[in-house]
Design a protein around this ligand. Structure first.
Ligand SMILES: [Zn+2]
Length: 294
C-alpha cells in the first residue's frame, strides 16, 4: 500500500543507454479516489492507495528532464504558479518551491539548470497538472513562457481540443497555460508518431483525451516510456483500472493493451507521472495482469 503522505524525493536520476534522465517531482496533488479508478470498486482500490478523510488519494506530478546531445528536453511541466489558493486547496496541489519558485524550478535548480537552458518541452497533453508550468505569472501579473528559449512540442489535435472545450472537458483546460505560447509562436505541432530528435519519439496514446501522447526514449538498446495519463500510477497497471476522467475509456483500454504488451515484451522502463512514490519500473505479465518487476 502506498501511504497517503507527501511526495518522495525531489529529483531521481538514472541512465537510459547513454542518456542521463532526471525524474523531477513537481509537486503533490490529491484527487478523488473514485474518479481516479473509474469503475473499480473502492474496496479494491483503497487497498492500493489509501484515501484521506475527503476521499482523495495522494498523487505526484512527475516531470522528466533528458540530457540530450541536442539540448535539454523536459517532458511535461506540472501545475505552474498561476492558480489561486482555493484551487490549490480543492485539488490538494502542493507545488510551491523556495523563494517564489515552483517545485519544478527547484528541481531544475538542484540540477544546475536554469529555465533558459531548456531547449525543448514535450507536452503529453494540456491539462492543468501537465502543462500549467509551461507558462509563468510574473510579478506584474502578466503571463510569459516559463522556458524563454524552448520550443514546445504537442499533438496538433490536442491544441484544437483544448481550445474547443465543452461542459465536461473545460474544467481541465485553462487558456493561460497555452494561449501565451501560441501567441508567441512557440509550438511545434506534430501529428501522429514522430521522432523529435535522435532517440526521442512521441507516440499517440489516445483515450484519456483523444490526442494524448507518450514519449519513447531510446539509447543503445535501452528503452524508457513516459506514460503520462495513460497509466498515471503503478496501481493503474491492470487493464481495466482506468480513470473516470478519461473521455474515451474503451480507447484507453486498447491503448494500454498495446503499449503495456510491448513494454513487457521489450523490457521498457515505464515512467509514472502521477505516482506519489514510484518514478519508474519495468513490468511483466503474471498470467493475470501486468505487474511491476523492478
Ligand atoms: Zn490529464
Amino acid at each position: 500500500m502506498t501511504p497517503a503522505g507527501g511526495p518522495g524525493p525531489l529529483v531521481e536520476t538514472r541512465t537510459i543507454g547513454r542518456l542521463t534522465v532526471h525524474a523531477i517531482q513537481a509537486g503533490g496533488q490529491k484527487l478523488d479516489g473514485g474518479a481516479m479508478f473509474g469503475v473499480v470498486p473502492r474496496p479494491l482500490w483503497e487497498r492500493r492507495i489509501a484515501p484521506d478523510e475527503r476521499h482523495r488519494i495522494q498523487l505526484g506530478m512527475r516531470c522528466l528532464l533528458i540530457e540530450h546531445d541536442s539540448g535539454l528536453i523536459l517532458i511535461d511541466t506540472g501545475a505552474g504558479n498561476k492558480e489561486n489558493a482555493k484551487f490549490h486547496e480543492i485539488y490538494g496541489v502542493e507545488n510551491a518551491g523556495a523563494e517564489g519558485r515552483t517545485r519544478l524550478e527547484d528541481g531544475l535548480a538542484q540540477l544546475g539548470v536554469r529555465p533558459e537552458d531548456v531547449a525543448l518541452v514535450i507536452g503529453t497533453h494540456l491539462h492543468f497538472d501537465h502543462g500549467g508550468g509551461s507558462t509563468t505569472r510574473l510579478p506584474d501579473g502578466s503571463v510569459a513562457p516559463t522556458f524563454p528559449k524552448a520550443r514546445y512540442v504537442l499533438q496538433a489535435g490536442e491544441y484544437e481540443y483544448a481550445t474547443h472545450t465543452n461542459e465536461r472537458t473545460a474544467a481541465s483546460y485553462f487558456p493561460h497555460n497555452f494561449v501565451p505560447l501560441m501567441e508567441r509562436g512557440r509550438f511545434d505541432f506534430v501529428t501522429g508518431e514522430r521522432q523529435i530528435v535522435k532517440g526521442i519519439t512521441v507516440m499517440p496514446t489516445p483515450g484519456h483525451v483523444p490526442h494524448h501522447q507518450g514519449v519513447r526514449i531510446e539509447s543503445e538498446g535501452e528503452t524508457a516510456f513516459y506514460l503520462a495519463d495513460l497509466v498515471p500510477t503503478t496501481a493503474h497497471l491492470p487493464l481495466p483500472w482506468i480513470m473516470g476522467y478519461d473521455v474515451e475509456p474503451l480507447v484507453t483500454l486498447e491503448t494500454k493493451r498495446r503499449i503495456l504488451t510491448r513494454a513487457a515484451e521489450e523490457s521498457w522502463l515505464l515512467v509514472f507521472e502521477h505516482d506519489a512514490t514510484t518514478a519508474w519500473t519495468r513490468i511483466a505479465h503474471d498470467g493475470k495482469s501486468f505487474v511491476p518487476t523492478r
